[in-house]
Design a binder for this molecule. Structure first.
Ligand SMILES: Cc1cc2nc3c(=O)[nH]c(=O)nc-3n(C[C@H](O)[C@H](O)[C@H](O)COP(=O)(O)OP(=O)(O)OC[C@H]3O[C@@H](n4cnc5c(N)ncnc54)[C@H](O)[C@@H]3O)c2cc1C
Ligand SMILES: [Zn+2]
Length: 281
């Protein structure tokens, strides 16, 4: 479904334009622009985005210069319009967006530091949350967010019995702890497992799957972002779960033993696709 006029912000963290992350970002820009959405990209590495939350983020006098408290000072600065310009610019982009897509490679079961720094600095108290205005009442509650990321480990490693544990455990701090906390309605994540260990053809398939999904992205229902979604996979059928870039047949996984730590995946750990299987409906 075309959605002319909808605004999308892509927060993108990869150093290399020729990476799969770079291609995933480009595909999203292309597909969403085709739908006449307006697309803005924050390319964090090329912007040399400052990831550190420091007193430089507050322009002018501090509320308490004797003992620095980043949370208190940035909240106060937001209210007074004294935050540094790079933060203000990112906040404007978020404010205007209907959907924010985060595109990144998984680093240490999380996002790269430059993107974590974006979260630390841009999602200021008063702008994104202000207790009790958090979770469903979070200040960004009329917006959608989606994590689109690549991994080194393969899908079987990120299954419930797998060496890395269920991918839902990795999603919990990012989707619930950050995005839902700020009020975002979270769409099912888009995960490209182990692109470096896949064939060219399979990588192309990952890109096509993403482009296909984006065609109907505005029709998607957000996930039910509660502890149960992450830790007790008893969601009713039809509940959206993570969307693998493509589905791996069990036999192929065992055969390739793919992933960064060769051999682990072939050790008969878990059933591929069990937790992070197909998306419902
Ligand atoms: C510090 C650090 C921590 C990490 N921690 C983790 C972790 O905790 N868990 C984990 O699972 N992994 C981890 N990794 C691995 C990391 O997640 C993967 O290396 C990364 O996700 C791979 O994505 P990429 O875009 O960088 O791949 P790339 O290597 O850039 O891309 C893979 C291949 O796709 C090709 N490609 C690009 N565009 C196209 C196209 N259009 N068509 C076809 N092919 C294309 C590229 O040329 C390349 O050959 C970590 C890595 C680092 C550096
Ligand atoms: Zn949640």
């Amino acid at each position: 479904m075309a959605a002319p006029g909808r605004k999308v912000l892509i927060v993108y963290a990869h150093q290399e334009p020729k990476s799969l992350n770079g291609s995933l970002k480009n595909i999203a820009v292309e597909e969403l622009s085709k739908q006449s959405c307006s697309v803005t990209v924050s390319d964090l590495y090329s912007m040399e985005f400052e990831p550190r939350a420091t007193r430089n983020d507050i322009v002018g006098c501090l509320h308490n210069s004797e003992q620095f408290n980043y949370g208190a000072e940035s909240w106060e600065a937001y209210r007074k319009g004294c935050l540094t310009t790079d933060i203000v610019e990112e906040q404007k982009k978020v404010q205007e967006a209907d959907l924010v897509i985060f595109q990144f490679p998984l680093y240490w079961f999380s996002m790269p530091a430059i993107m974590k720094g974006w979260m630390d600095r841009v999602l200021t108290q008063g702008f994104a949350h202000n207790f009790p205005d958090c979770f469903d009442a979070g200040l960004l509650k009329n917006k959608l967010a989606l994590l689109s990321f690549t991994t080194g480990g393969n899908e079987e490693m990120y299954s419930k019995g797998g060496i890395s544990g269920d991918i839902h455990y990795v999603l919990w701090p990012m989707q619930h702890g950050i995005l839902h906390f700020c009020g975002f309605k979270v769409l099912a994540p888009q995960i490209c497992f182990s692109p470096e260990y896949e064939t060219e053809e399979k990588r192309k398939e990952m890109l096509t799957t993403w482009a296909q999904r984006l065609k109907t992205i505005w029709e998607e229902k957000p996930i039910n972002c509660t502890p149960e979604w992450y830790f007790s996979r008893t969601s009713p059928r039809g509940e959206p779960g993570p969307v693998p870039g493509r589905l791996l047949p069990a036999a192929r996984l065992a055969e390739t033993g793919g992933g960064g730590t060769a051999g682990l995946a072939s050790a008969g750990l878990g059933s591929p696709g069990a937790g992070a299987g197909t998306r419902g409906s």
